[in-house]
Design a protein around this ligand. Structure first.
Ligand code: DQA
Length: 139
């Protein structure tokens, strides 16, 4: 099974950025934990701060990967283009967030991409990614 994780803007700074919200660990360290947890799954990772690059990645893997775990960061709340890209591909996408966006500022309560995704997992810290992979494995 092939799973693509896609992280959006500012998620390259996990471990440094607002640790009280996002924790102290880098995503690269967490990725090792994830890969050990799912030895049977091939997990690829891509991060970009650029909206168009996230769309290009969705197009690139969206007809061959078995599942996509997408944390679109702040583009979640703004991007019709990401919504359309998710709808345009065949691979199921699970939207994830590290924080519980509904317990935060109101501008984070709306997601432009949820309706295009298979499902949404949020608020469990980095463990949101593991839960998303568990869900994709059951599809
Ligand atoms: C986030 C939540 C977003 O509102 C925020 O812009 C992020 C991270 C999360 O994982 O909790 O960059 O997607």
């Amino acid at each position: 099974m092939k799973i693509q994780i896609i992280n959006g803007p500012n998620l390259n700074l996990l471990g440094i950025r607002e640790p009280s919200v996002y924790g102290n660990g880098s995503f690269e360290d967490y990725l090792e934990v994830l890969r050990e947890h799912f030895p049977e799954v091939e997990i690829d990772y891509f991060q970009s701060n650029v909206e168009g690059e996230l769309i290009n990645k969705l197009h690139e893997v969206g007809f061959s990967a078995d599942g996509i775990v997408l944390n679109a960061g702040a583009y979640t709340h703004t991007s019709v283009a990401l919504h359309d890209a998710i709808r345009a591909i065949q691979t199921p996408v699970v939207e994830v967030h590290i924080s519980n966006v509904h317990a935060r500022e109101e501008f984070r309560h709306k997601s432009m991409i949820s309706a295009a995704c298979k499902g949404v997992i949020l608020g469990f810290g980095m463990d949101s990614y593991r839960l998303a992979i568990e869900a994709l494995k059951e599809l």
